[in-house]
Design a protein around this ligand. Sequence first.
Ligand code: 89Y
Length: 346
Amino acid sequence: MARGAIRIGVIGCGFYAQNHLHAWQDLAGEGAVLAAVCDVDAGKAEAAGRAFGVPFYKDAAIMLASEHLHSVDIVTRHDTHRALCELAISRGIATVVQKPFAPTWEDCVAIVEAAEKAGVWLAVHENFRFQTPMRHVRRVIDSGAIGAPSWARIMFRTGFDVYRTQPYFYDEERLAIADVGIHLLDLARFFLGEVEHIACETQRRNPKVRAEDTATMLLRHHSGAVSVVDCTYEARRDPDPFPETLVEIEGDKGSIVVLPGSRLRVSSNGVTTEEDIGSPLRSWTTVRWHVAQEGAFLACRHFLDCLQRGVPAETSGHDNLKTYALVDAAYRAAAQHRAVVPAQWK
Ligand code: 89Y
């Protein structure tokens, strides 16, 4: 696809989709055209359509048939992802789909295979690796300042009431790993490479919640590096860093520590420096949510750029199967109380 205007239809106008809508609108100067929105809840579709000044639909098939879209951004619950992805792919429309990719590994593979067969561009909106602080960490690793990374801890520990904005969390069959652990597992791959095996223990510390609200995972990477990846919605911490991901990485020459408040401490060959790795608010981001909201914006910007250049996204469907395989493996490991090897596609 030649560089230029990309007409995007957003499917799903709920809580998190607001960030995507703002992101696409903000990217107008770079060639994004938010062309239409859709939600099965007609009220939500209309509210978004009016707020963003675009046509709104209740039925995705009608939106795709009526609008000339280059791309759809699917920001619905994961149980709808396969049908919506297949619909867009069948029309040859480049597809972005929110994480988690789909309810099962088989669904994810089916979507990737459908896209591959049809020659349609597919990406998963996995956004934590696009957050400004996480990009800083990657740059420090790439600079060689800490040498070869051999150990890491990647954590998301909060007591923030995530159930208020996402009440369906109470009834999910899979919660902490599928919702937020998935981002951290993706970061583990981003920082340390692919994973040989994974062990995991889960806990349900809040009795009102159906699934696990806490997970502690231990990964062995192909490079030999080891990482601890842990997440909980039941921490009582002060400060509560929500929604920041905290990271510690050690290499043979130094270490990287991301502290609450977007502070980065790097120790390199015995010299320690500390800097602010935060970023300014955008017009629509809020102090508490900024790091996550901006991550969504930066992910959308990356997808736009890839679509314009006709290249796969960093988090292509194919790539994201590797993150999804870790999620599945973590649940298997937790059930069996032993380390397991993640599945592979092809
Ligand atoms: O749903 C989650 C996500 O993806 O990032 C933060 C969150 O909203 C709550 O954990």
